[in-house]
Design a protein around this ligand. Structure first.
Ligand SMILES: Cc1cc2nc3c(=O)[nH]c(=O)nc-3n(C[C@H](O)[C@H](O)[C@H](O)COP(=O)(O)O)c2cc1C
Length: 188
């Protein structure tokens, strides 16, 4: 059993490197939300990670990899939001996940993801992410899983999602995630 986390710290990782990304906007909006008992942190170093190579997975590790692993370890859970590219995960995002294979960081780590694609799209990304997280032995927080469509024109100039109903749906995700993490923990 984990310690009782208060606040519950959730690391937000977008699978998109696109500047006007709807996935990144959703996570930025979640980060800007104020949800009692939840502290979020945005990870925005995806494009700075080196290409995974098992030969490089030894000390001294690349600094960007050390940082990624430390930030995952320090979080009580990870919330992803990723587009689908060619029926799977974007290569850069899969690269990030590959850097966590076999390590302790993602093992039994509570994880969830929000799919911001329009209905009927992005399903292969969901399936692919579920498969990869299964290999990592992460714990998928089913009550926090959501499809919250974010159209491109819903992203404002400040990079946040302008629609209030989307922000409130994202807040519900954070609340459901945190409730689940707290429900599993024991007071220390
Ligand atoms: C190279 C590429 C491949 C894509 N392949 C798919 C796909 O297989 N299925 C799908 O639903 N959307 C696909 N899309 C559409 C993206 O998922 C969509 O543009 C999404 O909004 C991108 O996320 P972002 O706004 O966070 O960058 C693709 C987009 C690109 C650029």
């Amino acid at each position: 059993m984990r310690r009782l986390p208060d606040p519950v710290r959730i690391l937000l990782i977008s699978g998109s490197t696109r500047s006007g990304s709807t996935n990144s906007a959703a996570l930025r909006t979640a980060h800007a939300a104020s949800v009692e008992g939840v502290e979020t942190e945005l990870y925005d170093r995806l494009a700075g990670l080196p290409v995974f190579n098992p030969d490089d997975d030894f000390d001294p590790l690349p600094p960007a990899v050390i940082e990624l692993r430390e930030r995952i370890s320090a979080a009580d859970g990870v919330l992803f939001c990723t587009p689908e590219y060619a029926g799977a995960l974007p290569g850069s995002f899969k690269n990030l996940l590959d850097w966590t294979v076999g390590g302790p960081e993602m093992y039994e780590k509570p994880v969830a993801w929000v799919n911001v694609a329009t209905e009927g799209r992005g399903g292969h990304a969901d399936a692919s992410l579920r498969t990869v997280l299964g290999y990592l032995h992460s714990e998928i927080v089913e009550p926090a899983q959501r499809r919250i469509t974010v159209p491109r024109d819903a992203v404002g100039e400040d990079g946040l999602v302008v629609a209030a109903n989307i922000s409130s749906d994202l807040e519900q995700v954070l609340r459901a995630f945190a409730d689940h993490v707290r429900g599993e923990a024991t007071p220390s």
